[in-house]
Every structure is written in C-alpha cells, then in structure tokens.
Design a protein around this ligand. Structure first.
Ligand code: SF4
Length: 237
C-alpha cells in the first residue's frame, strides 16, 4: 500500500523549527524605502555581497538620489560595474529613479506607509523593473509591512514542502503564500526559508536526513526513500 502523504507543516511549525536551527534575527529596517528599492534592484540575479558593493560605489560617487538622477546611464553603469550585469541594471536604475522623481516630486516614499497594502504593491509595481519580489522587499524590509518576498530559496523550499503546487509560477507564489501567513509571520517565514534554502535545502542536494521539516515534507520523504527528486532542482519556473 502506498505510504500516506505527510501532514503539511503549519507556517508556525516551520518558523519554530527553523528558528531553533538557525536563529531568526528580529526585523530591523535596512534603510528607507528608496534605499531598499535601489538595493533590491541591484541585487537582482546578483549575490548580496556584490550588490552591496555596487550600492556603496553608487552612493560614494552620487551621495544623493538627485545626483543619481542627473548622472548619465553610462556614468551609472561605470559606478555599479563591480556588482555585475551593469549594462542591464544601469538603464533600469536610471529609469526607476526618474520615474520615482516624476511621480513623487522627490524620493520620499512615505506614501507607501499609509496606502492600503494592495495599493502600495500596485504603486511599486508600476515602476520600471519592479516585480512582485522587489515590491515585497521594499514593503517588508523598509516599512515592516506584511508582504512576503518570494526569492529562489523561498520558492523552492515552499514547493518542496507542499505549501504551493509544484507548477505554480513564482509570481503567483507571493499571494498564495501570503494567504497562509499572519502579518507577524511574513518576516520570520521569509528569513527562515532563505536560511534553509541556503544551508540545508540546497537546490541540487538537499540534506533531508538532517532536516527538521522532513516529517512534513513530501519531497523529502520521497528523496530519503530513494525514489528520486520529484521537483528536480527546484529552480523557479
Ligand atoms: Fe528540503 Fe529535504 Fe527539508 Fe524537504 S526534507 S525541506 S526537501 S531539506
């Protein structure tokens, strides 16, 4: 008789078990919303280390957003070259800064604190280069609002745990996962799944035998039984 599918763990259980393993630091803002917006754009497809260096160089050369706005795309590209993908990111950054300046007559994004959450997300997503993950990063990390960024780690671990269907596209996973979390769980859940994806639930070789979530993980159960890797490497669709 086939083994019953394991019980899906609740978000509270997942957070508690991963907190015990890794420790989840309390929420602290990285900076204001404009800073977070630019940092997140620079971090797209780049390590945190490299995007942090690119951000530092950008601010070294252009200490204010007005100065970034006045710089040419070629100058911005030169400033952020250390972070990689500068030819792609420089025009995006230039367009983003210009659009914020035009819509806000400056760079104060405190409007996002007061808008209903869906409107704040929509406002951000109308900016060039801003998708659901970047919008959620700004709202969660800079403003402490209950939005869930779904990066490659969160997406992979959530699929393996059966919290979202295997074929659900990453951009739909934001709403599907947010609906399962309380506002207070957004930040610790995000941090817990990122840490887990980086340390134990690796894309290629998850260490399921050592995982505190194995009991409730359909993918892990299949892997430890030696029946393959049902979701492959878990890369975003
Ligand atoms: Fe990832 Fe394996 Fe843990 Fe499941 S049991 S969450 S696949 S490491």
């Amino acid at each position: 008789m086939p083994k019953a599918r394991p019980r899906t763990l609740t978000p509270a259980e997942i957070i508690e078990r991963l907190d015990a393993l890794y420790g989840i630091p309390p929420w602290r803002p990285h900076g204001d919303a404009m800073t977070e917006l630019v940092l997140t754009l620079l971090s797209q497809n780049t390590s945190d280390r490299n995007s942090g260096r690119a951000f530092a160089r950008l601010l070294e050369r252009y200490p204010t957003w007005d100065e970034v706005l006045a710089a040419s795309t070629a100058e911005i590209q030169d400033a952020i070259a250390i972070g990689g993908l500068a030819p792609t990111k420089a025009p995006r950054l230039k367009a983003l800064v210009a659009e914020v300046a035009a819509r806000r007559r400056g760079f104060d994004l405190s409007n996002l604190e007061e808008l209903p959450l869906d409107e704040a997300k929509a406002w951000l997503r109308e900016l060039p280069g801003v998708g659901p993950k970047t919008a959620a990063c700004v709202l969660l990390f800079a403003l402490g609002r209950p939005a869930l960024p779904v990066d490659t780690h969160v997406y992979r671990v959530a699929r393996r745990l059966g919290l979202i269907p295997p074929k659900m596209p990453a951009d739909q996973a934001h709403a599907a996962l947010e609906a399962q979390l309380t506002p207070e769980q957004m930040y610790p859940f995000h941090i817990a799944l990122i840490k887990h994806g980086r340390r134990l639930c690796d894309a290629q070789r998850p260490r399921c035998e050592a995982c505190p979530l194995l009991e409730g993980c359909p993918e892990g159960q299949i892997r430890v039984a030696g029946r393959g890797a049902p979701l492959g490497d878990g890369a975003p669709a």
